[in-house]
Design a protein around this ligand. Structure first.
Ligand SMILES: *[C@@H]1O[C@H](CO)[C@@H](O)[C@H](O)[C@H]1NC(C)=O
Ligand SMILES: *[C@@H]1O[C@H](CO)[C@@H](O)[C@H](O)[C@H]1NC(C)=O
Ligand SMILES: *[C@@H]1O[C@H](CO)[C@@H](O)[C@H](O)[C@H]1NC(C)=O
Length: 133
């Protein structure tokens, strides 16, 4: 069965207006925290070997998080690489230092911050290898 977007929107509005506030949000989604990355941003340039604080917005963090441990991985183009920049940190901290790894130069890098699920940073640049890709 296929519902139109308009039907779904009006059904959602009806639900929201008839249910008490507390049950309007699905219980399973309440503790899932997918924080947006605030640094690096579009236009950021990192050089191999530097250390930087990756930052993310924790203002919407629920009291109880399903998975409070974070992992930061590196993406290039449309692929998540196996490169782990940091692991096993408290996702409520909002920042973590990473060292820029030895990778080919490129302007299509992104970070992925995993907690309950992954969030991508904007594209940013890594330089310093002298090898363009
Ligand atoms: C990262 O943030 C911490 C805490 O504010 C600070 O002590 C540290 O110097 C920062 N590191 C860099 C590379 O800026
Ligand atoms: C968070 O978890 C604690 C311990 O399980 C519980 O007592 C508390 O009610 C929970 N808070 C919320 C807002 O779910
Ligand atoms: C980011 O990089 C990807 C992969 O190269 C590209 O498809 C996308 O258009 C870029 N996004 C922006 C906002 O430049």
């Amino acid at each position: 069965m296929k519902f139109s977007a308009a039907f779904l929107a009006s059904a959602a509005a009806l639900l929201a207006s008839t249910l008490p506030m507390a049950t309007a949000t699905p219980v399973a989604a309440r503790d899932v925290f997918v924080p947006p990355i605030t640094y690096p941003h579009a236009g950021t340039v990192w050089y191999i070997g530097q250390t930087h604080n990756v930052t993310w917005d924790t203002s919407k963090a629920p009291v109880n998080i399903t998975n409070g441990k974070g992992i930061i991985m590196l993406r290039k183009g449309d692929l998540t690489t196996p490169v782990i920049l940091q692991n096993n940190f408290d996702i409520r901290k909002g920042r973590i230092e990473v060292r820029v790894p030895w990778v080919v130069d490129g302007s299509d890098y992104k970070l992925v911050l995993f907690g309950d699920s992954g969030n991508f940073s904007p594209n940013f640049t890594i330089k310093g290898s002298g090898v363009a890709w």
